[in-house]
Design a protein around this ligand. Sequence first.
Ligand SMILES: Cc1ncc(COP(=O)(O)O)c(C=O)c1O
Length: 478
Amino acid sequence: MNLQGTMQIGADGHLWIGGCDAVWLAEQFGTPLFVYDEQLLRERIRAFHAAFRAAGVERYQVAYASKAFCTVAMCQLVTEEGCTLDVVSGGELYTALSAGVHPSRIHMHGNNKSREELEYAIDARIGTIVADNFYELELLEEIAGRRDLTVEILLRIAPGVAAHTHEYISTGQQDSKFGFDLESGQARAALEAVQRLPHVRLVGLHAHIGSQIFDSGGFVLAVERLAGLYEQGMALGLPLRVLNAGGGFGIRYTAEDDAAPITSHIRAITDAVRRSFAARSLELPEIWVEPGRSIAGPAGVTLYTVGSQKEIPGVRRYVAVDGGMTDNPRLALYGARYEAVLANRVGERADTVCSVAGKCCETGDMVIWDAPLPEPRPGDILAVFATGAYNYSMASHYNRIPHPAVVFVRDGRATLVVERETWADVARFDRPLSYKAAYACPQGRYPSPSPGSPPEGDAGAWTPASSAVSGPSAPARR
Ligand SMILES: Cc1ncc(COP(=O)(O)O)c(C=O)c1O
């Protein structure tokens, strides 16, 4: 059973989290419900700080990768625990700033940041922008130049190391949409390009090699490769001071996941930085990491209510819950595996093999295949462990299913940090079908009618409505 942090089985046979009965939480806040063990969240972060201290590294940052789970309360909590924040969109930046995170403690990723997002980030004076490609470098120069500012950036490098769980591959991961490729010389060209940008100051290098990584070898190799590039940057006179090894530290979803303790990953990274920088007679840089899953993942539990069942004799027993791929798309996306219990009957023998299905109109909408549970009954509360990362943040409105509520629990108290959406919330941006206030497409902008457009003189429904508003100018056809 994947009990972590304050999770325990009470004398009543119920699952308790943060001193709260999970069954009571389900009654109080409804299901599906995301429950976060606040103490465990804090402990996970403190483990990173302790690991850096144990490695004797003073200049470091633990930048929480907010994509794993980004809400105002979470941004506040990680900030209280001394994390900086990695955001990857205008929406995540907005959330972080709304939470009161100091802009200087935020850095922004993204392989296709829009002009609007870059302007927002620069105007907010965030700490650094992690530039991903040459187009972005040009945009940054233009935006910063117009404001007569200098923006500090890291370069995202694709170091040719791919890592996932127990394996890493040291070549072949060139083929990624992210970052400047090291192997082909793009990364070196990026260093030279930055030199020519008066409003962009390159302060460091970054690599993120994968997710759910158990073996530190990939981090070590990536650090060594970044160190080589760092040396080239220093030789060019660039003011480098940061080496960011990214996130990806694995967690225990099921008993088969033997996730290494954070200390050993951090020790491997810091040792590799020390070694490879000393070998090049370079001053030790600030070491940054960007954990998301390893902070938020283990602390989250999803509570569902059991509903219908379907037994196919000799084949399988399906047990359906009131959520599914809309609050946890990870099984559908990656075949992710989870463990679960019936929170109201944890003490009972788990002697029925059930496949937990969601409620969406999609065959692949499964939560767990072949979970051992006590014979489930409608109304039971199913608790799925380790759902704190990339679940709520990846939630969708498929089938117009509202997003669940989120609570943090601590010392016997529960606080609602994200309200449950309603059906009305899901439809709130819809507008009735009417052309009374329609946008009229300006006519005559294109040299010839496109195939399928109505023949001349047969304007029909294409006639601009009399009360129509002129739309934004359409881009010229290429
Ligand atoms: C650039 C970057 N940093 C950090 C992370 C966080 O990874 P994880 O949640 O696996 O620690 C990701 C995840 O995709 C990422 O792309």
